[in-house]
Design a binder for this molecule. Sequence first.
Ligand code: HEM
Length: 327
Amino acid sequence: MAFTITQKLVFLALYFCFFAQGSKADLLKVGFYNTTCAQAEAIVREEVSKAVASDPGLAAGLLRLHFHDCFVRGCDASIMLVSYPWNQAEIDAIPNKSLRGFEIIWYAKWRLEQVCKGIVSCADILAFAARDSVALSGGITYAVPSGRRDGRTSSASEALQNLPPPFGDVNRITQMFANKGLTQDEMVTLSGAHTIGQSHCSSFSSRLYNFSPNSSTDPTLNSTLASQLIQKCPQSNTNPNTTVSIDPVTPNTFDVKYYQNLLSNNGLFTSDQTLMSSSATSSLVTQYAQNSQTFMSKFAAAMIKMGNIDVLTGTNGEIRTWCHVTN
Ligand code: HEM
């Protein structure tokens, strides 16, 4: 059967609308820099290894950086851009004030610019560094699809809107992950990142004092942990820099202790302990607490999915020369 020119053009247009575009995430691929900058991932790993060897807590900092980058405007390194008098950037939003590890990304980028100028994006360095941090802390390693490009916009108010708060309950946190295309299961899985790292008192102190008319502390907080936290973070504490380990048992080891802690009401944030308040989430917590292998492989898959959120690829965005400013 012969088609007219017009019919052929319509078929072509339909093809491009439905098939040729693909999703942006399809454009990321493992080994993206193999031919253009073969040392890219090794250099990042080297810098992360040096940093974590001198301060193991930095692994947590780098893992959190990637999460905070991806949840605001996608994984485009918008978290790294500095503010100007006319624009308050993400980095200066309150939940981002406690981020750490920026200098490791800057330095890896500087080294990469010496060997392959203008090739490796800051967004990909953040994704590689998060992966390396998990592995260096004793967790799973996984291949990171790359090819992200860097964004040109960063807004503090968008950070406030998109980053889940530590006082959020299971419905709220689930919804905030759903807004990013992540399931409730993936939310429970990614929360396992709280098996490493530190928190400032302000992120959980509302659970310790004047909690409700009936109880001064949050009844879902283990009373022994509550007393320890009250000691470390007294109500009169004026030092905003005091920190406590999120997982007090193995704070620098990427393991399933976080989930075991939740089973005994030892979750630090409301957003952690709330995972025990619904049957769907609590059954996953119980499963992970007992089965490290299942958790690790699902964590790797969820990190890859998180790393795909709204990525810029192809000719969108740019490859920044310096991670803290646009070109
Ligand atoms: C489920 C919603 C989440 C909430 C409400 C949340 C909230 C927080 C808060 C309040 C802190 C402590 C900040 C401080 O006071 O210093 C923190 C630390 C941390 N978060 Fe989350 N987070 C969430 C999910 C995630 C995810 C998905 C990841 C990574 C995949 C992650 C990784 C981390 C890490 C590693 C730390 C420790 C950072 C350090 O030691 O510097 N968090 N989080």
